[in-house]
Design a protein around this ligand. Sequence first.
Ligand code: PLP
Length: 387
Amino acid sequence: MIFLDAAATTPVRREVIEAMFPFLTNQFGNPSSHHELGELAASALANAREQCATALGCHPEELTFTSGGTEADNLALKGIALARRAANPQLNRVLISAVEHPAIVESAEFLRRVHGFVVEVVPVDSSALVDPGVFAALLDSGSAGGVAVASIMYANNEVGTVQDLPALAAVAAAAGVPLHSDAVQAAGWLPLQVGALGVTAMSLSGHKIGAPKGVGLLYIKGGTRYEPLIHGGGQERGGRSGTENVAFAVALATALTLAEQGREAAAIRVTALRAEFIEQVLGELPSGELTGHPTRRLPHVASFCFAGTSGESVLLELERRGIVCSSGSACAAGSDEPSAVLSAMGFERGVAQTALRFSFPADVQSGELATAATELVAAVARVLRLS
Ligand code: PLP
């Protein structure tokens, strides 16, 4: 099997299993306990937080461990919006880009439906890019009130487009609006230093970078007020109650550190392989179309539309041939609706339903991609013949 669905998830790295193992077994303490086992756990948690802070260039106290990217997105958007409006009732607007993950889209919808916020969508162009000028104009159009929070993802999970986050963050900062960014797909591929990016908040997820599913991280810049969503014993400085998942925090810290160490070399190597893959695919399937931005894209994501096919049929045909990819994002899978991301980029329904995403693991080999491209050409030809 050639696994080209790394944007959906990755296996847990051996070094990560080894680092977390003691905290599942003999060092099983609760970090809140006042005995040696508890102190060992508390110090492991503190070290994990330090390690993550080093990877992101922030203060450890600015980080909250969560149950994943989804929770981090929820906490950032809802938490900041609710706290800011509580302090200033004029701040009634929430801005999100048109290509956000459902974790942001549905959090915004919740803020609209339950809390009466006005949610506005920042449009993207046909390559899924947000224009900072358009974003600035929307932030400014204040007749409906001020903006409590804005959220624009760093890199898109379906088409791989990478936003100009520093430019967008500068625009938000000039308007005095906190900008959150979902960086779940960026981790391991793009720089994550929050100071250079300029964001107020940023979400990460462990399972995209070799940590287990069910752990994530939220950076919120010091001094930014946010309402907790989970109440209880006041862990995570009151921001997220519940006994801390020490083993998974250690796992995430280890995976993030390893991902950062290998990031630049992996990005350069895989970008070159991606170019070869795209060239081979489009060379042999000229009716195919690369979706997303041609150059501002994640090194490991190649996404296409193949007119006249159905993404689902090509995916199944590819699986039969030993190639695993995705026909949309795994998170939206199971629905027949065409991708909201492709629709926002202007693709017609029929074309959006032909989407396929290949996302490479960091250790992908050139031979695997050559095989995948050959099988893809054959799979598309077969689906077209049968339809
Ligand atoms: N945000 C993006 C861009 C994603 O791709 C994903 C998962 O695919 C998530 C958020 C959700 O992360 P998690 O699966 O850790 O909840």
